[in-house]
Design a protein around this ligand. Sequence first.
Ligand code: SF4
Length: 470
Amino acid sequence: MVSGTGVEGPAYERFHIEAKSADHVYNVPNKFDVHAKRLRLAAMLIHETIRYRFNRDIVLSRPCIYGVFSGRLGGFKPIKQRCVGCMRCVQEYPHIMQVNYGKKYRELGDLHWTPESVFTILYESSTGKIPVKGMGYKGSFSGEGWDGIWTDMSEIVRPTRDGVFGREYISTSADIGSKPFFLDFSSSDDVTGKKIRLLQSSLPIMLQPPESSKLDIGIAVKQSASKLGIYHMSRSPLNAYEEDPWYVPIVDKANLGKLNLDRAPMIEVDLFTSNRGLIGELRQRYPSKLISVRLKIDEAAEDEACRLFNDGADVIHLCADYHGFDYSKTHSHISHGLRRVHTRLVNEGIRDRITLIASGGITRAEHVPKAIICGADLVGLDTTLLIALQSEFKGETRDRTDCRLASRKIEVAWGAQRLINLMASWHDQLIEILSAMGMRDVRRLRGDVGRSMTDEELREQAFEGIDKLS
Ligand code: SF4
């Protein structure tokens, strides 16, 4: 019963992810290194003591509202982990205070993962909140890869779509599978012409921890995925996965007989290690299941995508390396390959018959809508999951077969909550972006490049016909 209305039936429920605090269990380096010049600080304290005649309240008043100087020794021993880098102390006492990025903080990550992006994921997964900078954006407004794509946030539509706490519902559901082009009412019972193989995910995101991940991480991923209503992928033959309706097994010739595929809603064939013959084999054995194919993005990806459609694939999972660069000779960013494959499928008239998943280098919440604008239906998260679970950097994380992120021992419930928090934060950020673009459904965003601008294209247009200075 919908309360107060007298109407029978289930009450309307908005999709919402419940975040709960899940603090870091391993030490995180201090972002800021706060340092006071001690002699100058002592001189100032003596001067103020005389000037204000031993008025304790004035002499001991601190400029920091975050309690960095609230220890017994005040500025002589600042509590660095509380510093948020607001720079108020530096502005008020420039001759005494210095605030820099911490040395260990600067060493975090690798070529792709900047310290800032690692901290952002740690913050999102521990709180479930949207990170708010509050000090203005100090970075550049363009860059490599996803940073070279800007979304169109129109001031005209913004008032009607008011974000996370808005009155309107904004859907973040994604369809996986093949949609029929038209309904055929001439057939007696099945107007879709054939039985539809379609799955729904509450977010346009799939979880797929790197293969080096430990067992407890796999179980935390499984638990979080089933609570969120999204799919997760693994090659692991864990019994714990077998009864899981959200588990998508990744198969190749080597592990085919070891996995129980009967209950899986979708099966992913790994073309990195198998040949296309396996698709037909599985299609014959499981006619009602979705077949996804894991394909590396290279120069031939568009042609290969069309061939895979003809072979009976329902989903193509386009993979770049973990830094988001493809396997072509030029190692281009995944966004280029994704746009090429999407456009080719549109031109062939088969785009709605197949789902595109993009993975590799999706490390920030804003990468999700940007990948969808480039043509993906869903994105896959990999190393991002390990960062949320406080794995340790041991080198470059780029290589799919040798990802240098060492997973640490975790408690499964803690890990699952961290991943739920991460998704809660990303869901809210997705809603914010969609609302700012005036969209009510993330599915409408797919391939809508007209709602974005790319740095590369704008430069080409602006400087077209102008010769470079030699
Ligand atoms: S930068 Fe801001 S938060 Fe950090 S110590 Fe100074 S006043 Fe406190």
